[in-house]
Design a protein. Sequence first.
Length: 328
Amino acid sequence: MLGYDRDEYVGHNIAEFHVDKDVIEAILAQLNAGEVVRDYDARMRCKDGAIKYVRINSSVYRENGKFVHTRCFTRDITDRKRTETRLALQYAVTQILSESHDFIESAGRILRAACQSLDWEVGELWRVDRAASVLRFVELCHATELKTPEFDKLTRAATFAKGVGLPGRIWADGAPFWVDNVVADGNLPRAPVAVREGLHCAFGFPIMLGEEVLGVVDFFSPEIRKPDDELLKLVASIGGQIGQFTERKRAEEKLAEYIISTNFSKPVVAYVAGRAAPKEKKMGHAGAIVYGNYGSAESKVSNYSKANVPVAKRPGEVPELLRFKLKK
């Protein structure tokens, strides 16, 4: 399951193969106390450096009260665990977008959620500064207590031109990119510092608005990981969602600004269909998907209200609202 030969495994302390020290210590403590370990989830390191999620059932066999050996059954649950965490991330993204008001706020919260859900140690958010033609640092977060002070300091002070470094490369290509070993890549200016502080693998994705790159999100991990096509598809979708959120916010703001700035004299009222539409259901008449408040009737009502446009709850209320507006 982990890819080791017999001689590389037998006779070694089991803790050598566990990623999380506290987890194996807790398992061994239970066994030492004579307890049975049942359905204990853990992460184990493969020979090639990859990480597998496993579920462990173990007990101690004793004869006349003396320890003889342990019996252990370990199942690979990596695929199921990844599916669960990625579904959780998708849900978190829709919730964050429903509660956010701008690109930086939504992207920053998604960055932190992705770090936690995907088990990548360091996450970074960059925005495109079109006037200066560079990517500028916005935010950095850690998934665990691993300290990378030199790398963090360098990152916060950095800017990247298009095509330079991992963020610049993603900006230039407008597509996700994976670096399975930062040492072997020739276009990572921060690689020496990253490796010195234990970061060996990286990937990232663009935040897209149509063909325009608004920003870049990237991640670093202590483990060397093989490219994960399913993960890259997921983050590309998330980058597009953030871009669509930004586009919708821009359109709603422009509508409100137009009505206010032109002092629009004609009476305007609105009716927003689909207030009772369930979340994440496609509306056949518009082909729209509702994610929380993002794209929802509540979101549209809020933006119309900013422009002092009354919104009818039912179609039959439209004439009454118009009569009220005409009296003013």
